[in-house]
Design a protein around this ligand. Sequence first.
Ligand SMILES: [Zn+2]
Length: 326
Amino acid sequence: MLAVGLGLFQSAQLPASAAGEPGNRVVLNGRPYVALAEWAAANRLSARWNPKTGDMRMTNRWTRLYFKADTQRVEHEGVMVWLSYPVLRTQDRLYVSQRDVESVLTPLMQPPRLPSGRKILSVAINAGHGGKDPGNMAGARMEKQYTLLLAKEVERLLRRAGLKVVMVRERDVFVALEERPSVAKTRAADLYISLHYNATPGGDEAQGLETYCLTPAGSSSTNDRGGHGGGYLPGNRFDRENLRLAYEVHRAIASQIEFVDRGVRHARFKELTLAAMPAILVEGGFMNSREDGRKIYSEVGRQKYAAALVDGILAYKRLVERGQPE
Ligand SMILES: [Zn+2]
């Protein structure tokens, strides 16, 4: 159980649009929280709350969400997205942190849209690691080899879909982390997609897909265990777009390929902090997992994964370009 300190929240600290009546805002564990039932009503969702199990399900014609007390996640359309702070319950009500309303729930409910006349025309693909930096290792296999093979497959499919592609590296060369997003910027890419594979040092029990976007300004990263939020970084200009891009790509991959779903996560990875465009980093499985290895090391596995990833990029493109002339 999480220790909960309940106190009245001063409404002056919250934007008026945040959550209905002031009585629905409280301070829990020293942080502003919003009552989920009222948030649902404000977003025209009907909510069903089961106090026994701590589950809350919300639906309307367009969408469905699922929350559970004392977890740090929300499921939106079946896609698992990590929150910065846990969902908490007090007596008979369920609460979500104000930070998570702003940085996760709002972009999920109100997807970003490009300014009129703007389009996604080119995508930067970063094959993680390279040269003297092998990345993760599994036996003799090096992450840098497989991220490059994957990047080339993604490049092929994006070009076939009519997009320009900026390849951060095309060979086995070392490129410093901070240079990678600047290659994308110099060549005017509209999105930055960084390709990586995970590994655990001992044993092969961990497996699954993780998609990262930059931790929103003022929020806590997924692996921080609810620490205090960090400040504003260059990549935080795109907080809403970052989350939505991660969501669309994660959703496309998770729906097409059988992965353990480790969710959309938040981290302050250097590449993401410096990106001058919406950016994500995808960890497409664990190199030392037998299950994931089949997807990583085989050509067929990589082709399927690349196709799903590109579907996600194209879904994001359609979403942010909606309402624009063809
Ligand atoms: Zn890596």
